[in-house]
Design a protein around this ligand. Structure first.
Ligand SMILES: [Zn+2]
Length: 125
């Protein structure tokens, strides 16, 4: 996985994640994140991932190795950005930065975590 240090996320990417999460509600949305020059710059939809599939994140393991992929984003249809145990297991194996967006998917209904599940701050650029 990527060795980039990620410290920021593009506002357009955050807006896309929130819009997709809202569209998927009450099911979950999941995607992977591409980093460029230290910022999350693109979302990448994973082929074969069905919206609302509770195992969508796990399916990401089937992605080809791509060193621009820096982590994942997924939504929680509940108003909690707390990672579940399954989320934590996944985070530890899949890149340095993970976003959870939660209901009601407002501009502040999200949180970012590192691979240990520790909350991290990202600048919005
Ligand atoms: Zn989760």
């Amino acid at each position: 996985m990527a060795r980039q240090q990620i410290t920021a996320i593009k506002r357009s990417v955050l807006d896309m994640i929130m819009a997709a999460a809202k569209d998927s509600h009450p099911r979950e949305f999941a995607c992977v994140l591409r980093g460029i020059d230290g910022a999350i710059a693109e979302i990448v939809l994973v082929p074969g991932t069905v919206m609302g599939d509770r195992h969508a994140l796990l399916r990401l393991h089937m992605l080809p190795i791509d060193f621009t992929i820096v982590g994942s984003a997924h939504s929680h249809p509940s108003p909690s950005c707390e990672p579940s145990r399954a989320d934590m297991d996944f985070f530890s194996k899949f890149g340095p930065v993970h976003i959870i967006a939660s209901y009601p998917y407002e501009s502040d209904s999200w949180a970012a975590y590192d691979r240990d599940g520790t909350p991290i701050e990202l600048d919005i650029v």
